[in-house]
Design a protein around this ligand. Sequence first.
Ligand code: SAJ
Length: 415
Amino acid sequence: MKEIKDVAVIGLGYIGLPTAAVLAANGLNVIGVDVKETNVEAINRGEVPFVEPDLGAQVAAAVNQGMLKATTETPTADAYIVAVPTPFNEDKTADLSYIEAAARGIAAQLIGDELIILESTSPPGATRHLGEYLTELRPDLSLDPESGLPLIHVAHCPERVLPGRVMIELVTNDRIIGGLTPVASGRARDLYSVFCKGGMHLTDATTAEMAKLVENSYRDVNIAFANELSVISDKLDIDVWELIELANHHPRVNILQPGPGVGGHCIAVDPWFIVASAPEDAKLIRQARETNDAKPLWVLDRVEQLSAGKPSPKIAALGLAFKANIDDLRESPAVSIVADLSTRMPEAAIAVVEPHVVELPRSLADRSNVDLVATEKALADADIVLLLVDHDKFKALDRTLLEGKQVVDTRGIWR
Ligand code: SAJ
């Protein structure tokens, strides 16, 4: 059995790069692979192309010690970790094209006995598809003629780290490991044991795929419940945050928090993979998605109601990130709310405050009624203050700045 010394990590994004850094810090020789040349160059200078606490220091140290290198070409390695995106298609089915592209790069390098781990969040059956695709590309490695066992070892080990706490959770979280064969599971467990202090839970690949999707759907359903409560509470004129806090005093109740909608590239996406695999049965999971997706429209309606009668309302929109204290704007409900406001209310002036970015995202940048401004200026000019993200900076805001303003606090931080 091949000893794992060289690991190739395919996809140097929010998961691949931290995993590459942590493996390198634990003595493995890591080659990171990414299609984006500017990112590869940045990493080879010891720089990190996005914000994640502690990641920069670990990448710089690993590069300086010669344990981590980045490249655009897949190298030969003893183990491959695939951490590429799995977005969804128009019809909400998973787009596996990035996984297949990674597989093509890997297939050309295989000599046999390699471990191939799929970390990307995947719909049920994707790992089996990866294994079959690899053996289609390399039929010589499909089965050992003597043992009848596959000559490559494929497993799914979904990542479950929380953005903002990635470097901690990579080490401390339990891992679910689902091999296509028990040998693959065992070898994947050995590799993760190099840095992971959490428990290792071995299962089959499809159960591992579903476990990851179920975790995020569980959270989505809980947040949808909170968002539905926020709409009901508004009608009944009660404070939803007080309501939830009181209910959560019950020892077996733990309701999450309402907000302007659910963002990010995980919770707002993964439940659809379950829906796509069982459309007739995944009723609650689909409804939760729809409830959370409808929440930004409810927020828009609120702002429009408050603006009625004002010929050119001035709106301060606080926060663009998909959640607190990060710079990640992907699938952010705050961004879509600001874009829709700007379209629906061309007469309004929208002053956006986002302390974690230096420029507006492309979807907002060319809008004449949207500007990125400092907090104090946005608040001084505003008729309506729309709080979209619970950044610490906004929590600490001097409340006298809100006096005389109409406030829509979607996160309940200024109650
Ligand atoms: N949100 C609420 N109310 C809440 C909690 C979150 O509205 O009470 C919103 C956030 O504002 C954000 C969205 O939900 O827009 C998602 O944020 P999150 O913190 O719940 O989750 P992510 O997307 O940052 O990370 C999740 C995590 N999954 C779970 O907690 C089950 C993380 O562990 C996963 O690794 C990650 O998805 C992933 O990569 O799948």
